[in-house]
Ligand binder design. Sequence first.
Ligand code: ADP
Ligand code: MG
Length: 449
Amino acid sequence: MVDHEQLWEKALTELGNEISRANFSTWIKNTTILKEEEGIIFLGVPNEFVKDWLQNKFHKMILRSLRNLDDRIRGVEYVVSKIEDTKVHSAPKVVQQNTELPLDELYVNRETGLNSRYSFDNFVIGSFNELAYTAAQTILKKIGTNVYNPFFIYGGTGLGKTHLIQAVGNEIHKKYSNRKVLYITSERFSVDYLNSVSQGIKAMVIFKAKYRQYDILIMDDIQFLSNKEKTQEELFHIFNELYNNNKQIIFSSDKHPNYIPALEERLKSRFNAGMIVDIQEPEYESRVALLHAKSVIQRFFPPEEIINYLASSIHGNVRELEGLLTGIICQSQLKKRNLTLNEIKPLISNIVKPKKLLSVKEIVKIVSDFYNIEEDSVYEKTRRKEVLRPRQVTMYLLREDFNISYPTIGQKLGGRDHTTAMHSYEKIKTDMKTDPVLLQEIEQLRAMF
Ligand code: ADP
Ligand code: MG
């Protein structure tokens, strides 16, 4: 048998062609062949969670690539071994490339609107979302058939609706390159519609044709169509046409269609004729699993004690769990040690505290006081640096914590375009990942709401 290191490097090169970059660097990093005994390869992995994940999701692939290199190999065993013992993989070319290309949150396919970060590989299944997950899997097998068409998924914010419906889109896009997929939020759809209307007949013709060409149309957050009669009417016609041609349509919303205010009856009845499932809040075991999965992705492993503590203190949604974990990781890295439970408690109380009902104006006031700038300047056109950042933070918080639509945010903050709100949101979201000061500012602001 060849040298273990060489063997694993070759296998990794092969695996790198099959597994998406993000997954590859997440799961395969820090693995190494410890030994080989009677055709069984013992693969050292950094923790239990990676072990489960490799075993459940990638085992066949790993075994196949090893067997391709050496047909005496009969099996692979995954062994948790501490990083000190596990030789950190000596970066063959393919791994190096992967670490240089981190998970790009902003990567959105321009044709499909899909973000490749949302996949089934990094989707955790628990009893809270099992029904929705199973339905989604069935759709993948029976795209466009009546029973699951339309597929309507609803649930509170941060519970994984967007992740799940995008994962369906990504899977279809990957498996069936000849099928045209579009992911769009209802807000963007509405803006697109209004723009086309204002540009005259030709633009409308193009608009109508565009949305009728898809084999799979995924529309996120359709609760934002509430009160938008014309957009709803247009959607209704597109829906009928796609449906009659056995095209798959997928919707998400924060509530059951029957409870979306000012939604046309005929749309409601169309939705009710398909498959409606909900996602609930994750229960304790799922929260633990989610925290594990997220720490693997962030490559930082807080002690079990902390994971369990977090899982029992936070009951809300996945986004909050994720946010809290990121905050803890960020501070641990700054302090170069794990946080104590006492240090974590105040972070949790910020999240757990129920949000007050605040108006946009009150939120602007809180943010501008915090940054010590004139409240009015947030609404004005000025692009002075000391105002720009607080304004972006305001937009981010309005969207992330108060679930206000981009057009409304733009309009309320001095009549700006929805794209400005969208851009600000993405900018802060990205910057928070690398800027611990910003992250702390946001945490402190949240504590004031
Ligand atoms: P929603 O659309 O319901 O508001 P998202 O899909 O945006 O929620 O999810 C919020 C965050 O939580 C995202 O970062 C998403 O990747 C993560 N998330 C949600 N559910 C899961 C899950 N089951 N497994 C892994 N990550 C999840
Ligand atoms: Mg969403």
